[in-house]
Structures are given as C-alpha cells and as structure tokens.
Design a protein around this ligand. Structure first.
Ligand code: ZN
Length: 247
C-alpha cells in the first residue's frame, strides 16, 4: 500500500490533466450495493417475477409505472448514504489541482455531495427528476417521499428519473465531454469498475496520455493495457495518494 500510494502521489504531482473514471465500487463503501457483485442488487430476492434489467428498463417504466416506482423506492433509494474516503479524496484533488474531471457510472450524486464540481455522470443522476411531457425539473424528495406514480402538477405528465434506463441511449453530450476529457488527460485513474460493461471499457480507448492507473479489488480484462494496476482498497489508496493541502 505504501509503495502504491507514493507512486500514485508522484503521478498526481506530475500530471497536468487528470481524469478519474469510476464505477459502482466507488460507492459500495457508502453502503450502496454494487449492481453486479455477489451481494449486489441483481442477486437480491425480489417479490416479483421480473428481473432487475426488465424493471429498470424504459419499457417497464412506461408499461408498469406503479411497479417501476415501487421497485425504485425499495431498492435504489439511499437517503442516508454519505461520501466515503474515495469521494472525499477526489473532491480534495479537484480543489488542489487545476484540471480534474470525474467521470462516473454511478447515479447517486455522492461526488457532488463530497464537493466535486467537474463531474460527468454518464448514467444520469437519481436525485434529478423531470416531467416527460413539459420537461420541468422536479426535486427528488417529491418523488422519493411520495407514493405511487409521480405526476407533474402543471401538465399531469409522468415524472421520471434523469437516469439512463435499459433500452435507452446514453446522453451523447455527456459522452462527448467524457471522451474529450479522457483524450486530453495525461493521467487517467480508473477505480471501482470491473470494466466489463459497455460503455465503461470503450472509454478507455480514448486515452492517449502517459499513465493509465487501474485500482480495483479484482482483476479486470484491461489490466494488461494499464501502466499500473493496484489491487488495493480504492478509498484508502486515494486518501493516501492525494495530498492534504497544496504543496
Ligand atoms: Zn409537466
């Protein structure tokens, strides 16, 4: 661990432009389950006959809005989740370094809660909702603390979460910004993602910089293309590697 954090700390110090790209493993330390791990959401016992992929699809939201919202409230709502060491270290990094971008696959908004500003959420954010008809924005509390299917008080359209559901395309504007940030970075740190799910792996191909660092508990299919691979605890490693204040 000591060697890893000293090495990463040096890479951070030398870098002119840093991109962090993170997955579910960034938030598991905050008590939000990893979709695909053994204890994750996909393996939880459900009271329904539908798979989570179906229940988190656009078509299911349209055809079965009641169940869609019940499922979301029961499985995806973590009002007490707080940023962990990984989120806090990345927010600190952004405050110390002129060019840091966080690209996340998570929809929990914990990076912003930790203080990061330059965050690209490629799957959206479950704290944001909008009316499908008139596109007005609505606060998350209105949906989470309400019951049944939320409707717009202005036009009666259904209110939906601002996340990318199965069967929907990624937001191309966000993807282009992510690609551009990766292309211009000289240090890319990838953490808490197994890199097996599209588009995670694809984004790595845009990196042209000097050092690609993978931090993950388990090996990934991309370990061989990385400059450095650390099978360490993400939060502890980032916390040790990011300086406490400007040097
Ligand atoms: Zn509306």
């Amino acid at each position: 661990m000591k060697n890893a954090s000293v090495l990463l700390s040096n890479l951070i110090e030398e870098a002119k432009s840093i991109v962090f790209f993170g997955g579910a493993g960034v938030s598991t330390g905050s008590g939000i389950p990893d979709f695909r791990s053994a204890t994750g959401l996909y393996n939880r016992k459900q009271h329904t006959n539908y798979s989570p992929e179906i229940m988190l699809s656009y078509q299911f939201m349209i055809d079965h809005p009641e169940e869609f919202y019940t499922y979301k409230r029961e499985n995806l709502y973590y009002p007490n989740a707080k940023p962990n060491l990984a989120h806090l270290a990345l927010a600190r990094l952004e405050s110390l370094h002129p060019d840091v971008t966080v690209i996340t696959q998570n929809i929990d908004g914990l990076h912003q809660l930790a203080g990061s500003r330059n965050v690209l959420e490629i799957h959206g954010n479950l704290q944001r909702f909008y009316c499908m008809k008139c596109h007005r924005d609505y606060p998350a509390a209105l949906v989470w603390e309400g019951e049944g299917v939320p409707h717009c008080p202005v036009c009666d359209g259904m209110i939906r979460p601002d996340v990318v559901l199965y069967g929907e395309n990624l937001d191309q504007r966000v993807m282009l910004r992510a690609e551009s940030a990766i292309r211009s970075a000289d240090l890319m740190i990838v953490g808490g993602t197994s890199l097996v799910v599209y588009p995670a792996a694809g984004l790595l191909h845009y990196f042209r910089g000097k050092s690609l660092v993978l931090i993950n508990r388990d090996p990934t299919p991309y370990d061989h293309v990385a400059t450095y691979v650390f099978h360490e605890d993400l939060g502890n490693l980032l916390d040790e590697a990011v300086p406490q204040k400007k040097l």
